[in-house]
Design a protein around this ligand. Structure first.
Ligand code: CMC
Length: 429
């Protein structure tokens, strides 16, 4: 609808006809051509591999302007949330639409504390998993089984069950992640401690008494809280879109989030934080020759991991915050961090190279997170699990938004068939 109240349309012309399609405007002025009548009226489908131009839904959760480097959760700029709110407050904001008042915050945080434990049978299950299995694989398997342990919270049409699943997922995922980590390093799991805040408790369950103490401990807690906020939602990214697709069949929230975890694991998405650290190690081990590495990237032998983004074509606002945090954390170390120094040089060389600037490739959220996680004591294979803890409220918020939308339909894309035309079946000799 335009300002004068007239419906706006776009005309699509094709060989044997034309079609007027509505032009819709979002609350920030973004425009979309609605093609839902295309097949019925024109007998044609829209082909858009990778959904580069396709808006799959209307959503009121997160706004991104990729050219201007803007990211807002429910209208609030990410930079302000990062400095003024805790991760738990951001979870509340994303899931329920508003920042919590003091009473609501306490109630929400208490519910998460009460639900942080996991059933004894689940501990046995986690202990039976291969100890050297990748933590993301194990996390996905474990989260899927929550639907079996908590079958009283799997009905997407019952708001009370949806609320129960929301709290259980938020409360238990860090406990499960820490348990998987402790098993992988051959240590006894640590029980949740209800006297601790969400992030403190996660670090406590992961590292026991070794970390989280003193000045450095509180810096780590603050850093982890900030990183979780910066990862909390990013509209229709690959894992969130997956959660929505799975949920669109009215699958339960646990199974839908499991789909998101598996999508996040890929190196082009959340798995990039692990891949960046491995790339930096590889460059260091081969003598630190950044120019030679960039030549390999330009020859398309490999990718510069932690660079590039489908939406950000100028800069990723999360990356700016994270780079500042990395400098702060690593300044507290006794010796300069070799991989951080390498990452800084790699970034500045890439940004001075026309291959990257012409393609609008800039550091993304994953470029500097790994060096921070490493400084905190996490092994590389836990990095994407930390991303999953951060992204969980976003997955839940999108799942709930879709479940509450009476106009939502099952996600069922079309295709352009390119296989053989009908042919004679050879029969049996
Ligand atoms: N290194 C080298 N070249 C790249 C890179 C990169 N990291 N990213 C994109 N390109 C090139 C690509 O080869 C293509 O060049 P050309 O047009 O000459 O063929 C052009 O840039 C466009 O790339 P694309 O793959 O079509 O872009 P996309 O929007 O489909 O992919 C991306 C986005 C993030 C998957 C991609 O940039 C990438 O693979 N980056 C490295 C992995 C990474 O850091 N992923 C984390 C993304 S941010 C957080 C998250 O989602 O989890």
């Amino acid at each position: 609808m335009s300002e004068d109240g007239k419906e706006r349309t776009a005309e699509l012309q094709y060989d044997d006809g034309a079609l007027r399609l509505p032009v819709l405007t979002g609350s920030e002025g973004d425009e979309a051509i609605e093609v839902k009548t295309l097949l019925a009226k024109a007998g044609k489908v829209a082909l858009d591999p990778g959904f580069v131009n396709t808006a799959s839904c209307r959503s009121a959760i997160t706004y991104i302007d990729g050219d201007a480097g803007i990211l807002r959760y429910r209208g609030y700029p990410i930079q302000e949330l990062a400095t003024g709110s805790s991760f738990i407050e951001v979870c509340h904001l994303l899931i329920y639409g508003e920042l919590p008042g003091p009473g609501e915050l306490k109630e929400f945080a208490d519910k998460l504390k009460v639900n942080a434990g996991i059933p004894e049978e689940m501990r046995t299950l986690l202990d039976a998993f291969p100890r050297n299995g990748h933590p993301m694989t194990l996390l996905g398997s474990a989260i899927n089984t929550l639907a079996a342990y908590y079958s009283d919270s799997v009905d997407p049409s019952d708001p009370d069950q949806v609320e129960l699943a929301t709290i259980r997922l938020l409360a238990k995922l860090p406990t499960i992640a820490a348990h998987i980590y402790r098993n992988s390093v051959g240590e006894q799991p640590v029980e949740p401690d209800a006297s601790l805040d969400y992030v403190e408790n996660f670090l406590h369950m992961t590292f026991g008494q070794e970390k989280g103490q003193g000045e450095l401990g509180s810096l780590f807690v603050k850093a982890m809280d900030l990183l979780l906020i910066l990862h909390a939602d990013h509209e229709q990214n690959c894992s969130t879109a997956t959660v929505r697709v799975v949920g669109s069949s009215q699958a339960d929230m646990y199974g839908s989030v499991t789909g998101g975890i598996n999508a996040l694991f890929g190196p082009l998405h959340g798995g990039a934080n692990q891949a960046v650290l491995e790339m930096l190690e590889e460059i260091r081990q081969s003598g630190g020759d950044i120019d030679a590495f960039l030549e390999r990237v330009k020859a398309r032998e490999t990718r510069l991991m932690g660079f590039g983004h489908r939406v950000y074509k100028n800069f990723d606002p999360r990356s700016k915050e994270i780079k500042g945090l990395a400098s702060q954390i690593l300044a507290n170390q006794e010796r300069p961090d070799e991989l951080f120094e390498l990452a800084l040089r790699l970034e500045s060389k890439a940004l001075a190279d026309s291959y990257f600037t012409e393609r609008k490739l800039y550091p993304n959220v994953d470029f500097y997170t790994g060096v921070i996680y490493r400084a905190m004591g996490f092994p590389t294979n836990m990095f994407t699990v930390l991303f999953a803890i951060g992204r969980l409220p976003g997955w839940i918020a999108h799942w709930r938004e879709q479940a509450a939308d009476s106009s939502a339909r099952i996600a069922r894309p079309r295709q352009l068939y390119t296989g053989p035309a009908e042919r004679a079946y050879p029969g049996h000799a």
